[in-house]
Design a protein around this ligand. Structure first.
Ligand SMILES: *[C@@H]1O[C@H](CO)[C@@H](O)[C@H](O)[C@H]1NC(C)=O
Ligand SMILES: *[C@@H]1O[C@H](CO)[C@@H](O)[C@H](O)[C@H]1NC(C)=O
Length: 350
C-alpha cells in the first residue's frame, strides 16, 4: 500500500471536518446499475459480480466489496461530501439491518437496466424488483424508527438513480430480439418511458428529492471501442454516443414534464455525459494518461469475470487511467465526477 503523502494526510483531515458534522440530508437512496451498486450482487448467482481481486485493490483495506471499481464509486465520494461517515450499505446484504437503515440504502444492481429483460438475462435485480426491496425497506424502517420519523427520512432523503447503459450494451446491441424490433432511438423512447414510470412509482412511495443521472458516452467505453468500433482508429464510437445523447435529451425533457405533473417533487437531471466526454477526450487536462484502454488486463475487453487476479497486463497505478475495467471508470475518475454531481444537485440538497 502507498504511504500517504503530507498532501493526502492534509486532504484526509479536510474530509474529516464534514464527517464530524451532521450530514446535510438525513438519508441517501440509490437505484440503478453498476454505477451505483455497492455490493448487492454479491448475494446473487450472476456473472455481474466484482467481489474478488483485483476489484477493490485501492479500496479501504484493499477489500473487494462488489463495487465495479478499483476503489470508491462516485456515490461514495458524494456521500462523504454530504457528511456521511460510512458508505451506504447494500440493502440486499441481510446483515445490514437495524440502525444502519436510518441513513438510507443502496438498491442498485450491476447489470440491470430500464428494460426488465436486461436484468433477467443476467439474473440481477431489475428496477421493479429494486422498488419491491424499497417497500420492504420502508416496512423495516417504520419498525425501527417509528412512523413519523420514518416518513420524514423517506421524504427528506435524497434519491439518486442511474440506469440505461446496460440496456444498450448488454442487451439491445447484442440481442437480435431487441435489435431487429427497434431502432436504437425507438428503444431509447421505450427506456425513457420506463424511467418515467419508475420515477412516478418512487414518488408514490414518498420520494420527493430525486436526482437522475444521464448515461455516459457509451461509445467511449473501452469495451465499446473493441466490440463496436475499430481498435486501429482507437476513437470513441460516434454512433453509440449519438444514441446516448438522444437518450439523455429525451430523459431531460421527460423529467421537465414530470416536474409539472408531480406536486412538490424536486427532480433534477444530473449530467455525467458531458464531463465524461471531456475527460475521455482531454485526459491530461484532468490528470490522466490513458483514456482508451482500461487498467485491468489488456484493457480492451476485461470486465467482471474476465478481470481477475490472473488477467495479464493489469496496470500498476489506476489513478493514471480513466477506466478501471472495460465498462467502468476508476476511483480517480469517480472522485472528479462526484464533485460535478454534488454541485449540480444543490436543488435537492436544501
Ligand atoms: C436539460 O435541459 C435544460 C433545458 O433545455 C438544459 O439547460 C440542461 O442543461 C439540460 N440538462 C442536462 C443534464 O442535459
Ligand atoms: C499514480 O499516478 C498519479 C497520477 O499520475 C500520481 O499522482 C501518483 O503519484 C502515482 N502513484 C504512484 C504510487 O506512483
Amino acid at each position: 500500500m502507498r504511504h500517504p503523502s503530507t498532501f493526502s494526510t492534509y486532504f484526509l483531515l479536510l474530509l474529516l471536518v464534514p464527517i464530524n458534522a451532521k450530514p446535510k440530508v438525513p438519508a441517501i437512496f440509490t437505484f440503478g446499475d453498476s454505477s451505483l451498486d455497492v455490493g448487492n450482487n454479491d448475494n446473487f448467482i450472476t456473472l455481474a459480480k466484482a467481489n474478488y481481486r483485483p476489484y477493490g485493490r485501492d479500496y479501504e483495506n484493499q477489500i473487494p466489496t462488489g463495487r465495479f471499481c478499483n476503489g470508491k464509486l462516485t456515490i461514495d465520494y458524494a456521500s462523504e461530501t454530504l457528511g456521511f461517515s460510512s458508505p451506504q450499505p447494500p440493502y440486499v446484504t441481510l446483515s445490514i439491518k437495524g440502525d444502519n437503515l436510518l441513513n438510507g440504502a443502496c438498491f442498485a444492481s450491476a447489470g440491470s437496466g430500464l428494460d426488465d429483460a436486461t436484468a433477467q438475462q443476467y439474473n440481477t435485480i431489475s428496477m421493479n424488483e429494486q422498488l419491491e426491496f424499497f417497500k420492504d425497506y420502508q416496512r423495516e424502517l417504520m419498525k425501527i424508527a417509528g412512523k413519523p420519523k420514518a416518513l420524514s427520512i423517506i421524504s427528506d432523503g435524497i434519491y439518486f438513480i442511474g440506469s440505461g447503459s446496460c440496456d444498450f450494451l448488454l442487451n439491445y446491441y447484442i440481442n437480435p430480439v431487441r435489435y431487429n424490433a427497434y431502432t436504437p432511438y425507438q428503444y431509447s423512447d421505450i427506456l425513457v418511458q420506463s424511467y418515467s414510470d419508475f420515477i412516478q412509482n418512487l414518488y408514490a412511495l414518498g420520494a420527493r428529492k430525486i436526482g437522475v443521472t444521464t448515461i455516459l458516452p457509451i461509445g467511449c467505453l473501452p469495451a465499446a471501442i473493441t466490440i463496436f468500433g475499430f481498435r486501429s482508429i482507437n476513437k470513441c464510437v460516434t454512433k453509440l454516443n449519438n444514441v446516448a445523447i438522444y437518450f439523455n435529451q429525451k430523459l431531460n425533457s421527460t423529467t421537465l414534464n414530470l416536474r409539472k405533473k408531480l406536486p412538490g417533487v424536486n427532480l433534477v437531471v444530473l449530467d455525467t455525459n458531458q464531463l465524461s466526454y471531456n475527460i475521455v477526450n482531454n485526459p491530461s487536462q484532468y490528470g490522466f494518461i490513458e483514456a482508451r484502454r482500461s487498467c485491468c488486463g489488456t484493457g480492451l475487453i476485461e470486465v467482471s469475470l474476465l478481470c481477475n487476479q490472473n488477467s495479464i497486463g493489469t496496470c500498476v497505478n489506476a489513478s493514471q487511467y480513466v477506466f478501471w475495467d472495460s465498462f467502468h471508470p476508476t476511483d480517480a475518475f469517480n472522485k472528479i465526477m462526484a464533485a460535478h454531481l454534488v454541485s449540480q444537485a444543490s436543488p435537492i440538497l436544501s
